[in-house]
Design a binder for this molecule. Structure first.
Ligand SMILES: N[C@@H](CC(=O)c1ccccc1NC=O)C(=O)O
Ligand SMILES: [Zn+2]
Ligand SMILES: [Zn+2]
Length: 215
């Protein structure tokens, strides 16, 4: 992909065909539609994707049947001041981390847990979030947490306790970021989910800009 201007950073995962999806989810594909090589006047493609492919947002309706679908989430929740944090290795990000972070915190926290820039296979053994961390971050004024992990709960969780902590606190979830090589610190987040208004989530393009660029 072409380079961005200095100070801009693409933190979305690129989506080649068969980009690994959540186990059991249908494969991600872009199949050919029209082809100029076959006499069509243009090239087109047909996307087949889970709403939870690669870098994506979860609408609250993903984990709460009475909660808002994506179209009811204001776009500005995904735009603005954020802090990138490198987390210690482990099964969960715990509330202890918050003791090491500046006060006050911006409304958005992005967590680099050590995921690589490209997933060749689905990363089943990723760092999830301890619900106590989610509740404590909410008390510190955080309104959105992004992670480079494919989910805020462990792969095998059936109770989705961290997701439910987001539901309880009204915080939003951004998953599957590519934060590899991003220095910790303050940035401006621009995250644009596909406008799938009736959906439980959507793939998103997300970039970091230098801090202070949005009002
Ligand atoms: N928690 C994951 C996704 C997830 O749970 C999931 C995604 C696709 C198909 C099944 C899923 N969970 C099923 O048990 C997420 O929020 O992206
Ligand atoms: Zn998701
Ligand atoms: Zn999720």
């Amino acid at each position: 992909m072409p380079d961005l201007p200095a100070g801009f950073r693409d933190i979305s995962r690129s989506l080649p065909d068969f980009h690994p999806n959540w186990p059991g989810d249908p494969p991600f594909t872009v199949t050919p539609g029209a082809r100029m090589a076959q006499g069509d006047s243009v090239n087109t493609g047909v996307i087949h994707t889970s709403t939870h492919t690669g870098t994506h947002v979860d609408a609250p309706w993903h984990y709460g049947d009475d909660a808002p679908k994506l179209g009811q989430v204001p776009l500005e929740r995904y735009l603005g001041e954020c802090l990138v944090v490198h987390t210690p290795p482990g099964e969960f990000v715990t509330a202890e981390l918050l003791g090491h972070l500046p006060d006050p915190l911006p409304p958005r926290l992005l967590l680099y847990t050590g995921q690589p820039a490209h997933w060749l296979t689905f990363p089943e053994d990723f760092t999830a979030l301890d619900p106590a961390f989610v509740y404590a971050a909410a008390r510190r004024g955080v309104r959105l947490i992004g992670t480079d992990s494919p989910s805020v709960d462990p792969l095998t969780s059936k109770t989705l306790d961290a997701h439910h902590a987001f539901l309880d606190t009204g915080m939003l979830i951004l998953e599957g970021l590519n934060l590899s090589g991003v220095e910790p610190g303050e940035y401006t987040l621009i995250c644009l989910p596909l406008p799938l208004t009736e959906a439980d989530g959507a793939p998103a393009r997300a970039v970091l800009l230098p801090a202070g660029l949005l009002p």
